[in-house]
Design a protein around this ligand. Structure first.
Ligand code: AHR
Length: 500
């Protein structure tokens, strides 16, 4: 049997647009060990004077997130910002109903903003549009940004950072459509909240950019876009890929891509219908693989009934939940590489994205008391941060080869997924390729691409290979220089990056 093959056509003159750097953001939630024991561990020998883990910070800086979103997620929907400002010893401990944990509030607004500064990341604060009030939201905005003689600005001035923080990205709520959210609601009611909150946030500080909650339900999105689109800069979508099995995980980004295109159509239609002429794009402020039972529980009526009666999920968790501290394997890393391809194919549609999440909870960085492990999923993003350029290129893949998967649009997934970026000024280019075939090498015809290139390969003999404290470098990128002769041979289940 001959080796399966694919052809890749890249025309440097046909671009998909300028890639907004903010698509490489990260998400941090007060949840599990993401903050406490993750980025923040005062008293640890690995922590700096501010209590931040130095090893985590150094790894996070390799990912160089331009944006950091906080405090949630579901946690945001029960969060009251005043609990987390002022002297640490005076802050109340609260029961967090999103994740059934006790929240010490030792990591609050100032700690988050200090951390964002250390990362050189633009902060993105997510408002509590569930149990929080509009006054509380406006006061948080004033606390962060105001120079007026108002009490919230005075409170900030009495703290460690008297100058305004100038936080410009604000999210109005989180997944307000879902039963798992504090006070979840209907599209009409959420849209009204988003519109009115958005209006008052802008009247308080007209430099803000606002994210509204979108969903996988087009009816929800249509209502929010029509009723609140005028005050929004982004509609947010969340993507977690949790189908079991190799093919299921790899299908995730492809299915998300279809949803992005559908939602983009709705945005265009709503803008035309409501004569909105401002920039309104998609923000994907949670994305990643999540192969664990929590997500599959979410849609089972019996489980939902038991959860809302408090019969499961309580009492307070005292240990980190294994539900959210999954380990990632090479298959997950391939899915993450394919997702980056989606960002590069649609820079006109997606201008903000934050990976869920940065540390421990579903994160590419995993901590132990003595150090960190870079998960497999760390590497595609780290490679992208080193190699990707500022402009997406139109890439065409031609192949007959693929793997069967009933959940995919055509009943199968093409063997190859590819995307490319370039910097028109310098002529630099990078091409990213994922061979989805689990057991077979793939011969990729690169048309007329020849000459010396840097090649970075992420591969292991087993697609289920993971990195662990015992074996932290089982799946790491390997770099070499090759002379490209127009055809590239890719190992099975691999991610190969070529830098021209
Ligand atoms: O990232 C974990 C959780 O997933 C977030 O809190 C929530 O927004 C989503 O359901």
């Amino acid at each position: 049997m001959s080796t399966p093959n694919a052809t890749v056509l890249v025309d440097p003159r046909r671009t998909t647009g300028t890639i907004d750097n903010r698509v490489y953001g990260q998400f941090l939630e007060n949840m599990g060990r993401a903050v406490y024991g993750g980025v923040f561990e005062p008293g640890s020998p690995l922590a700096d004077a501010d209590g931040f883990r130095r090893d985590v910070l150094a790894a996070a800086l390799e990912l160089a997130p331009p944006v950091l979103r906080w405090p949630g997620g579901n946690f945001a929907s029960g969060y009251h910002w005043r609990d987390g400002v002022g002297p640490t010893e005076d802050r109340p401990t609260r029961l967090d109903l999103a994740w059934s944990t006790l929240e010490s509030n030792h990591f609050g607004t100032e700690e988050f903003l200090r951390y964002a500064r250390k990362l050189n990341a633009t902060p993105y604060l997510n408002l509590n549009a569930s149990t929080g009030s509009i006054d509380e939201a406006l006061q948080w905005l004033s606390y962060c940004n105001s120079e007026h003689p108002v009490p919230e600005a005075a409170l900030r001035r009495s703290g460690p950072h008297p100058d305004p923080h100038d936080v410009t990205i604000w999210g109005i709520g989180n997944e307000n459509f879902g039963w798992w959210q504090h006070l979840h609601t209907t599209a009409d009611s959420y849209a009204e909240t988003a519109r009115e909150w958005g209006k008052l946030l802008r009247w308080t500080d007209n430099r803000v950019s606002l994210v509204g909650v979108g969903s996988d339900d087009p009816d929800w999105n249509w209502t929010v876009l029509n009723e609140a689109g005028a005050v929004l800069d982004w509609l947010s979508l969340h993507f977690y890929w949790n189908e079991a099995g190799y093919e299921g995980v790899l299908a995730g980004p492809l299915l998300s891509e279809a949803e992005i295109c559908e939602t983009w159509g709705l945005i265009g239609a709503a803008k035309r219908r409501r004569q909105m002429h401002h920039d309104l794009r998609i923000c994907v402020d949670e994305w990643g693989t999540w192969n664990e039972p929590y997500l599959s529980m979410i849609n089972q009526p019996e489980v939902i009934n038991r959860r809302i009666r408090g019969e499961v999920g309580m009492p307070v968790m005292t240990e980190p939940s294994p539900l959210v501290e999954q380990r990632f394997d090479l298959t997950d890393a391939l899915a993450h590489a394919c997702w980056l391809h989606v960002l590069w194919r649609h820079p006109d549609k997606i201008t903000l994205a934050t990976q869920a999440q940065m540390v421990n909870v579903l994160g590419p960085i995993h901590t132990t008391p003595d150090g960190i492990v870079r998960e497999t999923t760390f590497h595609p993003l780290a490679v992208a941060r080193r190699c990707a350029q500022n402009t997406g290129l139109n890439v065409e893949v031609i192949t007959e080869a693929g793997i069967e998967y009933a959940g995919a649009p055509a009943g199968s997934l093409p063997a190859l997924d590819a995307a490319a970026t370039c910097d028109p000024a310098s002529g630099r280019m990078h091409l990213s390729l994922v061979n989805r075939l689990p057991d077979s090498e793939l011969l990729v015809d690169l048309d007329a691409m020849t000459g010396p290139v840097r090649r970075i390969t992420l591969w292991a003999d087993d697609p289920a290979a993971v990195n662990s404290p015992e074996d932290p470098d089982r799946v790491v990128p390997v770099e070499d220089r090759i002379e490209l002769g127009g055809v590239l041979s890719m190992p099975p289940h691999s991610h190969v990056t070529l830098v021209f």
